[in-house]
Design a protein around this ligand. Structure first.
Ligand code: SF4
Length: 229
């Protein structure tokens, strides 16, 4: 039997009844910095970096004042430090000049900031501004494909499909549940199908006799995970 939205939500609710963002921050601006830093990096690493960074740089003004070189040194271990530092400094300047020093709360305005794509804007909406948004990162894309909800490598197409598949008031919660599920159970290279609540219905489950179709699906999902590293 195919998994419907109700079964997926019930399963995720059992595993993660109260999911939350694993990035640590005190203000919407700090969350924005942390989300930019989290691209191709673990939340754990970002938290280690921001724990030090936010002691001296807390506001957009602080990030405009700090030199590109000094910022790169502080965020070096997050990877892609040159572009991330540039994006953070540019977004900070924009926030001061165009939005009065506050992170904008509208999706379209968020997208105009350097380093902010749909995923980051959706995280900001749901986490910082209590909006309904479903951000598609590598975990959400992978899990959605494996569960058979979508069949695409495009985060945008996945987002559109998930918006139709799940009720709007559940989007934000589902984002975090799918991230946690993808991070700790439905892992990129070695999904723990034997411990998975969806194993009986999941079209990609490794439990039982693997079919050619399942093998093919797992290869596509592994490719998605690899490409998004
Ligand atoms: S059964 Fe396996 S592939 Fe399917 S969702 Fe669970 S862990 Fe992922």
């Amino acid at each position: 039997m195919k998994l419907d939205s109700k079964s997926v939500m019930e399963g995720l609710d059992k595993m993660y009844p109260n999911p939350k963002c694993e990035l640590e921050y005190e203000t919407p601006f700090q969350l924005l910095v942390a989300v930019i830093l989290s691209a191709q990096c673990t939340d754990k690493r970002v938290n280690m970096v921001t724990d030090e960074l936010f002691k001296t740089c807390k506001t957009p003004e602080d990030f405009v004042k700090i030199s590109q070189e000094e910022l790169e040194n502080k965020i070096h271990s997050c990877g892609f430090y040159h572009n991330k530092a540039k994006s953070i400094k540019s977004a900070s300047a924009d926030i001061i000049e165009r939005f009065g020093g506050k992170v904008p709360e509208k999706f379209d305005d968020l997208l105009t900031l350097a380093g902010v794509g749909r995923k980051t804007a959706n995280v900001m909406l749901s986490e910082a501004f209590s909006g309904d948004a479903i951000a598609v990162d590598t975990h959400v894309l992978k899990v959605s494909n494996r569960l058979g909800i979508v069949k695409t490598e495009s985060p945008y197409e996945c987002e559109m499909k998930l918006q139709k598949f799940f009720p709007k008031d559940k989007w934000s919660k589902l984002h975090y549940q799918m991230v946690l599920f993808g991070r700790y159970t439905c892992k990129a290279q070695k999904p723990e199908c034997e411990n998975c609540i969806f194993s009986a219905q999941c079209p990609s489950s490794k439990v039982g006799v693997p079919t050619a179709e399942k093998e093919k699906k797992m290869k596509v999902c592994s490719k998605i995970a690899k490409n998004s590293k």
